[in-house]
Design a protein around this ligand. Structure first.
Ligand code: AMP
Length: 539
């Protein structure tokens, strides 16, 4: 009997179906258009990257990295790692060592054969050498009497040492990969990998695509969700005095924020609210000094805090400010505020961002509690909320992250960017009644009689070429049935082609909304429909 298992999309993932996907396309297309006018080019990134990239960039202590990543083994790391770590611990027993060496060799060979370690010349040599050493060791300790001697035999000891070092040479990096939980780290990785600091600076790039986080699914929060983001990266030239470019950096921040706001306005997103903050500079004293003060203040009220916040006093005290717990709100309001502790440079930067936003006519609200969850932010942070989303109302988060590229092994570089939650933008547009993008059928071709088929096919092709949405039924139908079908599909017009029409060259076009009809020759029909269409476009 056939297996009756019903497959369903995994919780937290979902299908996006037509016609809703038209709205998704419009949201993405508008981003391309708007971001393009600001000089951004598209970057397409891998969906999975080394886990370590996210751990380093986003931070080990963040929820995203510590709890929410979908990580998987990319290669034979575990097996090889396991057996070769035993090699390192058993040097004083040649017999046991040889046994572990056999295990390591077997793991390495099988990983090689099944393509789970890279087929590089170095790996090939290492696996071969390991085989040779094993053979010599095995022969050296072949019987018990030899074993005693082997313990002291310098040649055997040499072989053991050599086996250890060759085993460590087998390159199985990166061991773990993760589905990307965000894309800023990837953009920075790509910037470094492709030497983009050599390009004219800054480099401005945007991306769109799915991200993955093992969060608790709810409305507006999914495990596979979609982001549209942009980043501006600028290499810091040697000897550049970064205190001299604060005004310029602030202008870049303001332009990036302006761009998102212009984009949201273009989409017609409603109830858009921009919150901004400065969280200082981790390498300068202001952030560190503030975090110390915050920690001390939190210690004093520790007993009144919830479990999450208690834990965060140690791991990530800034995140306490994010808390939505009702009982913690009055406590948080009395905590020290970063704005009062910014160093002169950070304060100057923040004041300039605000001035620049005002110059650009971008309305903002200052929110001293806006710290954002990721470790890499410094100075400017911002978040945008929109209407119709309930508790998950943030549609965009962003900030400045000078130093992140360097942290990932690249040159000193400044960065600012944001990520928009596309799922939530769509939800908000739908809530506001702006989600209906369905473009129904334009023309249903009701043809009858074998002799009309060639004409019907030609008419369909010409109309489609002119951009109309056309349905050509594969089999002839009685006119009544054809018109019923056209109605069901929501077609605007039915093109009626019977043998009379084909013979006379005068085709009948029926407007389905009011039942009126007119006669047109082939060219006249196209002209008529084009006229109607451009009128519709104008509206
Ligand atoms: P983040 O990368 O955490 O700064 O998030 C940026 C934006 O992505 C948020 O403001 C949300 O709009 C969206 N977002 C983050 N996580 C999710 C999720 N699990 N489901 C849907 N949207 C999300």
């Amino acid at each position: 009997m056939a297996n009756k298992t019903k497959f369903q999309a995994i919780k937290g993932t979902r299908d996006l179906l037509p016609p809703e996907t038209e709205l998704w396309n419009r949201v993405e297309q508008t981003a391309r258009e708007v971001f393009g006018t600001y000089g951004f080019g598209e970057i397409r990134l891998p969906i999975f990257e080394p886990t370590e990239l996210f751990a380093r960039a986003v931070g080990d202590e963040t929820d995203i990295v510590s709890k929410e990543m979908f990580s998987f083994e990319l290669n034979a790391f575990e097996e090889i790692h396991h057996s070769r770590s035993k090699l390192l611990d058993s040097t004083d027993d040649a017999m046991r060592f040889t046994g572990y060496l056999f295990e390591t060799l077997r793991a390495a060979r099988s990983a090689w054969d099944s393509d789970r370690i890279d087929h590089t010349p170095a790996n090939r040599t290492a696996v071969q050498k390991l085989g040779q050493i094993y053979k010599r060791l095995y022969e050296g300790i072949a019987d018990d009497s030899a074993l005693e001697a082997a313990r002291k035999d310098p040649e055997i000891l040499n072989l053991i040492g050599e086996a250890q070092s060759v085993a460590m040479d087998i390159l199985v990096w990166p061991a773990l990969a993760a589905l990307r939980p965000e894309a800023t780290a990837s953009v920075c990785r790509a910037y470094i990998e492709h030497g983009m600091q050599q390009l004219p600076q800054p480099v401005k790039m945007y991306y769109t695509g799915p991200m993955f986080r093992r969060e608790r699914p709810q409305k507006g929060r999914y495990r596979q969700f979609y982001q549209i983001g942009a980043e501006v990266l600028e290499a810091i030239t040697p000897n550049q005095d970064v205190t001299k470019t604060i005004g310029k950096d602030a202008a870049v921040d303001a332009e990036v924020i302006e761009m998102v706001m212009v984009y949201f306005a273009r989409l017609g997103l409603e109830g858009v609210q921009l919150d901004i903050n400065s969280i200082g500079h981790s390498a300068l004293d202001c952030r560190r000094g503030y975090v110390e003060k915050l920690k001390a203040a939190l210690e004093k009220v520790k007993d009144k805090l919830g479990e999450d916040s208690k834990r965060r006093i140690e791991t990530n005290p800034l995140r306490v400010l994010d808390s939505k717990l009702e009982s913690e709100q009055t406590i948080i309001e009395k905590l020290p505020r970063i704005g009062d502790h910014l160093c002169a440079d950070c304060a100057k930067h923040y004041a300039e961002v605000k001035r620049q936003l005002e110059l650009r006519g971008v309305a903002y609200r200052e929110n001293w509690r806006l710290v954002r969850g990721l470790d890499y932010y410094m100075r400017t942070t911002f978040e945008i909320t929109a209407r119709g989303l309930g508790s998950q109302n943030a549609v965009c988060g962003g900030g400045r992250y000078d130093g992140l590229v360097e942290l990932l092994g690249g040159p000193p570089t400044k960065g600012i960017g944001f990520a928009i939650g596309e799922d939530r933008v769509i939800l908000s547009l739908q809530e506001a009644g702006k989600g209906n993008m369905a473009q129904g059928l334009d023309v249903y071709i009701a043809w009858m009689g074998e002799k009309t088929l060639a004409t019907a096919i030609r008419a369909a092709r010409d109309l489609r070429q002119a951009g109309f949405r056309v349905e050509l039924p594969p089999m002839e139908q009685k006119f009544g049935k054809a018109l019923g079908q056209a109605d069901k599909l929501g077609a605007r017009y039915a093109l009626i082609l019977g043998e009379d029409e084909v013979a006379s060259g005068q085709w009948t076009l029926k407007t389905l909304a009011d039942g009126t009809q007119g006669k047109y020759n082939e060219a006249g029909l196209l002209e008529f429909l084009r006229g109607i269409w451009s009128e519709r476009e104008r509206k």
